[in-house]
Write a protein that binds this ligand. Structure first.
Ligand code: RP5
Length: 191
């Protein structure tokens, strides 16, 4: 239940900060109905060599990892509080938070509670954009356009790449591949 999850986050926060097992990237979303939209973040992170941690006690071998949780600002406010408040002590480096509807409060509440861990908000629908990006002065949140969870993940890796040359190389490689794909489309058009 929710209580057990809260206890897991608190226990991990009480252990050594930034232990090897803690994922670098946390993905949270307000509902499992957001999963399809948030799948882009999963795809981008997987493409860049990140593995998903599904059991905190049994992390994968990969050097860089991420975790995914459904955390609702309105239905599970205490879980949102626990997840975001322990983010820094658990050693998460960046959080991607997606929510939809007109009251898409998860990204901005997570940003306030997780501060200074950076949060990248993903408005799940167009109508969620103003709710996600509307933050008061002093309470920062970075956001991508509606549905662009793939880009949120690339931005998250850009933040991590400041400290990890390996990730910098993977991002450059990804971008070169992207340019190659665009060039191939142009070539096909002219054949
Ligand atoms: C938001 O409400 C969620 O992020 C979701 O996008 C939206 C609708 O949730 P469901 O009613 O589909 O669970 O909090």
């Amino acid at each position: 239940g929710v209580r057990e999850l809260i206890e897991e986050f608190e226990a991990e926060a009480a252990r050594d900060r930034d232990s090897e097992e803690t994922p670098e990237v946390g993905i949270v979303m307000g509902s499992d109905s957001d999963l399809d939209t948030m799948y882009g973040a999963y795809e981008a992170l997987s493409e860049l060599g990140f593995a998903e941690v599904t059991d905190l006690e049994d992390p994968p071998e990969a050097r860089f990892t991420f975790e995914t949780y459904v955390v609702s600002a309105h239905r599970t406010p205490k879980l949102m509080d626990a997840y975001a408040s322990t983010a820094s002590d658990r050693g998460l480096d960046v959080i991607i938070a997606g929510a939809g509807g007109k009251s898409a409060d998860l990204p901005n509440m997570t940003a306030s509670l997780a501060y200074p861990v950076p949060v990248i908000g993903v408005p799940v629908q167009e109508k969620s954009v103003s709710s996600v990006i509307g933050m008061p002065t002093g309470a920062p949140l970075t956001a991508v356009d509606a549905g662009k969870s793939f880009n949120a993940a690339l931005s998250a890796v850009q933040i991590l790449a400041r400290e990890h040359e390996e990730l910098r190389n993977r991002l450059v490689e990804y971008h070169e591949g992207l340019q190659g794909e665009v060039a191939a489309v142009s070539r096909d058009l002219h054949e």
